[in-house]
Design a protein around this ligand. Sequence first.
Ligand code: PAF
Length: 281
Amino acid sequence: MQIIRSIKKMQVISRQLASKNKIGLVPTMGFLHEGHLSLIRKAKKLSDKVIVTIFVNPTQFAPNEDLSKYPRDEKGDIAKIKAAGGDIVFIPKRDSIYPDRFETYVNCEKITQTLEGESRPTHFRGVTTIVAKLFNIIRPDVAVFGQKDYQQVMVLKKMVVDLDYPIKMIIAPTVREKDGLAMSSRNKYFNAVQRKEAICLYQALKTAKQLVKSDNVNETIKLRNSMKRVIKKICPTAKVDYIAFTDFESLKITKKVNKNTICSLAVKLHGVRLIDNMKMG
Ligand code: PAF
């Protein structure tokens, strides 16, 4: 497995590979867990060469967010990527991605305004900018992202259409711990007691889905209230940022659940902001 740190070198290698290989890309911010590894395995099935990137992208963090304490483990990540079947790891330097006078950003304007975008107004501009840069450097045929960051995938899919990237975008299912907690690098911030309470997001989503499926409840106001009760019961100090029911494709808010509805939520628990989602239909 090759480790590449220079943008120029990465460009040369991916252009050489492209003549004979389908290139699969898995962009990450490192500190890899089973969720990331499932994306690498998926990319492996869909392409000939898998390139995994590790870059903790400063432009997607707001000044009050956790950029400086974001967990890192480059050595461990490299070993995991190798074991999962990655062919190349691209680890660019911060200053080469964002040199001193950097001033060009990619911004998807509308579907970034709701949900995560409302609480984190500069977040998606950072995500689309870095992913566009990685797409330009690597020129993959396929790119794989996890459904856990559902809005992120929809925003990136929109960018691919709007900017004419010839890239197939794949959404891979969220990988969960045994108790249902969606895997996330941020789970590592919790102590044992807090970690148990972190299942409140999954439990709330499961409760809503159960109400839709078994009790035919479809008013989102009722579902949201039930979800809030579940969260409070499991973690009394939790602060719900949002619980939103939207159309899966358009991200438009819906008042009644139908087969295309997805429920997304963000909850702050013990200083850590977690997100999760589940299709209700
Ligand atoms: O999902 C992530 O880890 C990041 O947002 C991504 C897509 C790697 C861009 O920095």
